[in-house]
Structure formats: structure tokens, C-alpha cells
Design a binder for this molecule. Structure first.
Ligand code: NAD
Length: 454
């Protein structure tokens, strides 16, 4: 890396919010040569009872506070938020459900540190804006707690390395809460892949296509979030800021980090057409909002090649008026499964999608055991149709039984690293960006991910 590249990279990393800068970005060198014991296949001592501290009890964290105590031997013992009233509201949720009061930590942007230090917590569950995920996960692990963080786990490659190195040094889990890996269709497809129905996997596609113009522009008094932190990100960054919903499931189908590895990507974005006019329409053509400069292109498309010669197409668009989709497509030497809506085509009838009856038969045969056994309970507990609860159920099951997690720190780092790498590539006319091997070669011998059951 020459000096100019280094300076450019440092400028990129520190170009975000003050909070991002405060989180220690800018130390882009220094990862190479770090060698600690690998966390691949790592299992911690079983935790019969799990005491959870939740940091960030806005929309997402409050959902978790409602769901987590439904899992046997799981208690929420601590709550933290910038806003005291959100902690109070969540205390009331616990009380209304006949659950013991949790300790509250609020009032300053650093109050969560005391939650990490407390002796009443085994797992820190993080639901704050993106740039807090790494500092909070790192602190949790340094305090001897396991960390589970919302997506993305880090917003720079440097942060991703910090997560890996801290997890390796502290021997604590760091899981990214990629709930889409537990969607009913995603787990069905994982099962199809594991049973060899699609043959050798060749190509996958994933996306986060979710129109969010109104929610990005929503003000606090309209129920908006945190001074519009998503809008702020769109003003300062381009590329794909939210790659994990699309990428995570495809990486699991392909056993990435456990037999294959992501090698490089090319990424391109459209111009930002949709977000500024929405502000102008809301506040008027002469308002300051109408003059906002948005950096993030509406549609971002990345192509990733793996070291075993496969490809993944990844998209992000939160500003175009179109139906929600994560694409969720996996294609192999014997057939293809695709989502939105669910479709399957197999040899020898690969030239057309299966009719409804055949598809229902296949779904019945390959429905994933987690959904078969716990799907009804999960739907009742809620969270994106049940997948959030299934993710939490499986996480707690692994912690309670001392099993390796389905998504480890290497997955968290790899999937999140696309945030920075896609932006770098976009800014260089789609130039290829090497993707770090966070396992440092461990992917060649790591155990493949199994079917994932309770
Ligand atoms: N996996 C999913 O399906 C999914 C869905 C929605 C959101 N998310 C992710 O969850 C996270 C939270 O999103 P949200 O929609 O709940 O946002 P939100 O703004 O509703 O909640 C964030 C909360 O974090 C608190 N917070 C901010 N800084 C803090 C600090 N320093 N200390 C303590 N608390 C702090 C805020 O006060 C707020 O209550 C984001 O990373 C988002 O991307 C994931």
C-alpha cells in the first residue's frame, strides 16, 4: 500500500460521522501478522441459564426484549439506551409480563459501558445504530461477555479485523444477528443445498431491496429514529451499507469460510435519484432539505467471486419504489431455487419453474427441521414472521449446550466488510477489491455448516 492509497483509505474511513471517527477508525494498518488461536468451530463453556443485557432499546431492541424471555432459562438482566424513557418503557414490558426488573443504564452515550462491566450479564445483545456495533461488541468481549450484534457488525474493514482479533484473544463469541439466515425459505434452501438437490453450487444472488424513503426522512416527532441516522449515512457514503441480509444466507448455502472463501468484488452504483426529491416534496422546493446532497446511489450492484470459482451477485436499493426483495437465489449443477416468490426448477425439467403442486410437495419434503419443529412457536413470538425468534432460539440453544455458533466472528467480519469494500470499488469505477480472508486460511479445513437443528 503506497502512502497515497493509505491516506485515501484513512480519509474514507474517517469521512463518516463523528461517532464513527470516535470509534477508533483510521488505524488501517496493523492487522497483518496477528496470529491467535482460531475461533473456527469454537465452543464456549455451556451456560445453563443465560443472562442478557440489551443495548439500544429502540424499535429493534424492544422487539428482542419481548421475544428473548420466551426462551427457557433466558433472562433479561440489564437494559441500556441513550434515552432513559426507552429503558423505562422496556422495564414496563418486563414487568407487564411478570418478569423481574432489569438494571437500567442510560443518560449518556457511554452509559452502556457499565452494562458490559456488570457481573449480571453473560451475553450483550446490541441493537444500536451501525457505527456503535463494533465498539460495543469489543467492549463486551473484553469484559468477558459473549456479544451478539445487529447488522452490519462493523462499518470498516479495520473494525471487522478488530472484532476477529478481540474474539480470538478473549475466547468469547461474537455473532452477528443475521436473522435472514433463519427465514423459512432461506432454511428450506439451505436444506436443499445440504441434501444435494441442487448439485454443486455455482452462483447465488442476494439483496436488500426495501423502499425506505419516508422512513429515512421521518423526523423524531413523527416517530423517526435517532436524528435520521440512516439519512446521514446516505449523505456521507455510497456502495452497499447493508449487505448482510442478502449475502449471509448465500454464504451459508455455499459454505463460505467453511470450504470456500470470498476472493474479490467489483461494485457499481447508479446515481442517487430518489432520496433528495422525496425531501423536496416533503419540505418544499425552496427548503434547505431540497438542496441536500446524497452520496449513496439508489441501486448498488456488486459481483463477488469465490476462491473455488463461484459467483454471488449482491444488490442494495432502499430508495426506489418497488416491492421488497432479498432475491435469495441459489443455482447449481442440478437446478435452481429462487425467492420472491419461491420458485424451483430441477433437472430434467429445468427449462420451467415447477408448478404449484410439485413445489408444495418439494417444500413439504424439505421443510427445514427448525421450522417444522418450532415454526408455530416462532410465528407466535414474532419478529419478521418468526425468523428473529428462531435465530435467538438457536443462538441460546448453542450457548446452553456449549456448541459452536452457526454464524461466527469470521462470518460477521466477512459479510460486514462489504460495506467498505463496495464503497471503495464504486469510487474507483467498479475496480476489483480483494476481500480479506479473516480466517487466515482456516476456511480450507473448517467443518462445513450442518443442517442446523435444536
Ligand atoms: N435484522 C433486522 O431485520 C433489522 C431490522 C431493523 C433494524 N436493524 C438494525 O438494528 C439496529 C437498530 O435499529 P433500530 O431500527 O432499532 O433503530 P432505533 O433508532 O429505533 O434504535 C436504536 C436505539 O439505540 C439507541 N442508542 C443510540 N446510541 C446509543 C448509545 N451510545 N448507547 C445506548 N443506546 C444508544 C437509541 O437511543 C435508540 O433507542 C440497526 O443497526 C439496524 O440496522 C436490523
Amino acid at each position: 500500500m503506497n502512502r497515497r492509497t493509505f491516506l485515501k483509505q484513512a480519509a474514507w474511513a474517517c469521512g463518516g460521522t463523528a461517532a464513527l471517527a470516535a470509534s477508533g477508525c483510521g488505524t488501517l494498518s496493523g492487522q497483518a501478522g496477528v496470529r491467535s488461536s482460531s475461533m473456527l468451530g469454537f465452543s464456549a463453556e455451556p451456560l445453563k441459564k443465560i443472562r442478557i443485557g440489551v443495548i439500544g432499546v429502540g424499535a429493534r431492541g424492544t422487539g428482542a426484549v419481548k421475544r428473548l424471555p420466551k426462551i427457557p432459562n433466558v433472562t433479561i438482566t440489564a437494559l441500556s439506551d441513550l434515552r432513559e424513557e426507552r429503558v423505562t418503557l422496556n422495564q414496563k414490558i418486563l414487568k407487564d409480563n411478570g418478569l423481574p426488573e432489569a438494571k437500567g443504564y442510560s443518560g449518556s452515550p457511554e452509559a452502556w459501558r457499565a452494562l458490559c462491566e456488570s457481573s449480571d450479564v453473560d451475553l450483550v445483545y446490541i441493537c444500536t445504530p451501525w457505527w456503535w456495533h463494533t465498539p460495543m461488541s469489543v467492549m463486551a468481549m473484553k469484559c468477558g461477555k459473549h456479544a451478539a450484534t445487529e447488522i452490519p457488525a462493523g462499518v470498516t474493514v479495520d473494525e471487522c479485523w478488530e472484532l476477529v482479533e478481540t474474539s480470538e484473544k478473549t475466547r468469547r463469541h461474537c455473532m452477528m444477528l443475521e436473522n435472514c439466515c433463519y427465514g423459512e425459505n432461506e432454511l428450506l434452501m439451505l436444506n436443499l443445498c445440504r441434501q444435494g438437490v441442487l448439485g454443486d453450487l455455482v452462483h447465488g444472488e442476494g439483496a436488500y431491496i426495501h423502499e425506505m424513503r419516508a422512513s429515512k426522512w421521518r423526523e423524531e416527532q413523527e416517530g423517526g429514529r435517532q436524528g435520521r441516522w440512516r439519512l446521514e449515512w446516505s449523505r456521507k457514503h455510497t456502495g452497499n451499507p447493508y449487505p448482510c441480509h442478502g449475502l449471509g444466507p448465500v454464504c451459508q448455502y455455499m459454505n463460505i469460510n467453511r470450504g470456500d472463501s470470498l476472493e474479490y468484488l467489483n461494485s457499481v452504483s447508479t446515481d442517487p435519484f430518489g432520496l433528495a426529491p422525496f425531501g423536496a416534496a416533503k419540505y418544499g422546493p425552496d427548503s434547505p432539505e431540497a438542496r441536500i446532497k446524497i452520496k449513496q446511489g439508489d441501486m448498488n450492484t456488486s459481483i463477488i467471486r469465490t476462491r473455488r470459482g463461484r459467483t454471488i451477485m449482491l444488490q442494495h436499493d432502499t430508495t426506489s419504489p418497488r416491492p421488497y426483495s432479498r432475491l435469495n437465489l441459489i443455482s447449481g449443477t442440478k437446478g435452481i431455487a429462487a425467492d420472491y416468490p419461491l420458485r424451483v426448477a430441477l433437472e430434467p425439467d429445468y427449462h420451467k419453474w415447477m408448478d404449484d403442486n410439485k413445489l408444495a410437495e418439494l417444500v413439504g419434503q424439505y421443510r427445514h427441521p427448525l421450522w417444522r419443529e418450532s415454526g408455530d412457536k416462532a410465528k407466535k413470538a414474532g419478529g419478521h414472521g418468526g425468523m428473529d425468534f428462531l435465530m435467538e432460539l438457536r443462538l441460546c440453544h448453542c450457548l446452553q449446550h456449549g456448541l459452536p455458533l452457526d454464524m461466527d466472528v469470521y462470518d460477521a467480519a466477512l459479510w460486514s466488510s462489504i460495506v467498505e469494500l463496495s464503497e471503495r470499488s464504486v469510487l474507483r469505477r467498479g475496480a476489483p477489491m480483494d476481500i480479506p480472508d479473516f480466517t487466515r486460511g482456516g476456511w480450507k479445513t473448517a467443518e462445513p455448516l450442518g443442517i442446523v437443528t435444536l
